[in-house]
Each structure stands twice: as C-alpha cells, then as structure tokens.
Design a protein around this ligand. Structure first.
Ligand code: FE2
Ligand code: FE2
Length: 160
C-alpha cells in the first residue's frame, strides 16, 4: 500500500480526485506527490520541500474528507507558517552561497506568501469548498512543484 500523501488532478478542468486517478477531459489525471527528482542536494532544504509537498497533499485530501472547518484552518495556518520558515531557511542559505538570483528568488517567495495569505482570507470568509481546494492546488500546489523544479534547482551548482 502506498502511504505517501498524494492526490490526482485534471490539468485541463482542474478537478481533483483523492482516491484513484480517472480519465478527465479525455486525459489521465496528474498525480501530485513528492518524488526524489525534486531533490536539490541540500539535506535541510530537501527535507523541508518534501514536508511541504506532503503537507499540501494532506491538506487537499483533508478538504475532501469532511474534516471540521477548524482543522482545515489549522492545517492552512500551519502550511503558511512552514512556508515562511522554509523561505527564511532557503534565503539564508542562498545569501551565504552568493546565489546570483537571490533578489529575484526572494521576490518569488514574497509573491507566494501573499497568495497564501489571500487564500487563507478567502477560506475565513467563505469556508471550505471543492472550488477553494482547486484554487489552492492551482495557485499553491502548482507553484510549489514548478518553483522547486525550475527555481530552487538553480541553487544546485552552488552546492558543489
Ligand atoms: Fe525557493
Ligand atoms: Fe524552496
């Protein structure tokens, strides 16, 4: 049995399935989960990335398992705090490595922090819903995987 947190989504209409992938919009759903190709080679950063991806997958799954609202809000706030902590760690590291894109990279972190705050505000106003889970996946889940793969991966050469 695969116990690693994961869920599936349709890349076209953004529908989410938490149990098993289905064909949606004429294509196989995409799986959201950690995989080792996301590693950048720094133990602390990699562990935090894995934790973030797992935490996000659990959060989305929780949205569909009728968890009480306060538990979802707690999970969202925890994700928010963990993200801020991770960005601080990564920024300290990249600054010490004299990473060329430090300022630009930091700017991307700032943007995501604002997005998370906005979505928490929306959750507080409107409560949990499938459409909010889809929005979280589009604006935070996608961002996370793309950012780790494309942006955090640029730190790799500095670690050698
Ligand atoms: Fe980053
Ligand atoms: Fe990161």
């Amino acid at each position: 049995m695969d116990s690693q947190p994961h869920f599936f989504f349709c890349r076209y209409c953004r529908s989410i399935e938490t149990k098993a992938p289905i064909v949606c919009c004429g294509d196989k759903m995409v799986e959201f989960r950690w995989d080792d190709s996301l590693e950048i080679g720094n133990q602390i950063v990699d562990a935090q990335h894995k934790e973030l991806v797992d935490m996000f997958a659990n959060l989305i799954t929780d949205f569909y398992s009728e968890k009480p609202t306060y538990e979802l809000e707690q999970a969202l706030n925890f994700l928010d705090a963990y993200t801020v902590n991770h960005f601080n760690t990564e920024e300290q590291l990249t600054q010490s490595l004299q990473f060329k894109e430090f300022e630009k990279h930091k700017g991307m972190h700032e943007t995501l922090k604002k997005t998370v705050a906005e979505l928490i505000g929306k959750f507080q106003r409107e409560g949990p819903s499938g459409s909010l889970a889809m929005e979280l996946n589009t604006k935070i889940g996608d961002w996370l995987l793309v950012h780790i793969r494309r942006e955090d991966a640029k730190i790799k050469p500095y670690l050698k």
